[in-house]
Design a protein around this ligand. Structure first.
Ligand SMILES: [Zn+2]
Length: 201
C-alpha cells in the first residue's frame, strides 16, 4: 500500500479492494470519492452497509432473506403453500420471481451438496425442508437447484429422502441448458422450465 496516503485512507482503499471485481485503481477511486463526498452521503453508505448486516435475517419458514421473522412470500395468503420450490440461494428466488410465473412458496437450501468442498447435507437446510414436508400439507416439490452436476445431485438426494411421503417431486428442466445456473438464466428460459417441469423418478 502506498505510503503517500494517510493510514486511514489506505485502510479504506484496502477495504474497497476486497470487494469482488474491484481492482486497486478502482479501490483508490472509490476511496477518493468518499473522501470528497458530503458527510451525509458517506454516512448513508456506511449505514446501508451496517443495516444489511444487522437487519437482514433468514425467514424462519423458507430461509429466504427477510427483515421480518417470516418473509413476504411466506406471509402472502395468495401463495399456494402446497407447492414448494426448492432453490440453492436467495438470488435464485429473485430470478424466478421476476418471471411472474410463480404462485408457490420457496425453500432456500443455502447452497448445494459438495463433499469435495466440505459441504455436507447437514450444512444446508435439508432437515428443515423434510420437516416442512412432514408437518405441512405439501403436494408438490419443484426442484429448482441449478442444472449442473452439484444441483442435480442435491435434487436427487432430497428426492430420495422424500420418496415415501407421497409428495410429487418435479424438476425444472426444459429450456435450461445443462451446466448453467438459475441465477443467470433468462426470464423466458425460466418460464419454459417452470411450465415444462418433469417428474423426478
Ligand atoms: Zn419465507
Amino acid at each position: 500500500m502506498s505510503t503517500v496516503y494517510t493510514e486511514t485512507l489506505n485502510r479504506l482503499i484496502e477495504e474497497f479492494g476486497k470487494l469482488p471485481g474491484v481492482g486497486p485503481k478502482t479501490a483508490e477511486r472509490l476511496a477518493f470519492h468518499i473522501l470528497k463526498a458530503e458527510l451525509a452521503e458517506a454516512m448513508a453508505l456506511a449505514k446501508a452497509i451496517g443495516d444489511v448486516k444487522s437487519k437482514i435475517k433468514h425467514c424462519k419458514i423458507c430461509y429466504n432473506l427477510s427483515e421480518q421473522p417470516t418473509c413476504q412470500i411466506c406471509a402472502d395468503p395468495r401463495r399456494d403453500k402446497e407447492l414448494i420450490c426448492v432453490v440453492e440461494q436467495p438470488k435464485d428466488v429473485i430470478a424466478l420471481e421476476k418471471t411472474g410465473a410463480c404462485k408457490w412458496v420457496y425453500h432456500v437450501l443455502g447452497g448445494h451438496i459438495a463433499p469435495l468442498e466440505g459441504v455436507e447435507p447437514s450444512d444446508l437446510t435439508i432437515d428443515q425442508l423434510v420437516e416442512r414436508v412432514r408437518t405441512g400439507n405439501v403436494k408438490e416439490m419443484i426442484m429448482a437447484t441449478n442444472p449442473n452436476l452439484a444441483g442435480d445431485g442435491t435434487a436427487l438426494y432430497i428426492s430420495s429422502l422424500l420418496k415415501n411421503t407421497g409428495v410429487k417431486i418435479t424438476r425444472l428442466a426444459r429450456g435450461l441448458p445443462t451446466g448453467s445456473t438459475i441465477e443467470y438464466a433468462s426470464g423466458k428460459m425460466l418460464t419454459d422450465a417452470i411450465t415444462g417441469r418433469q417428474q423426478l423418478e
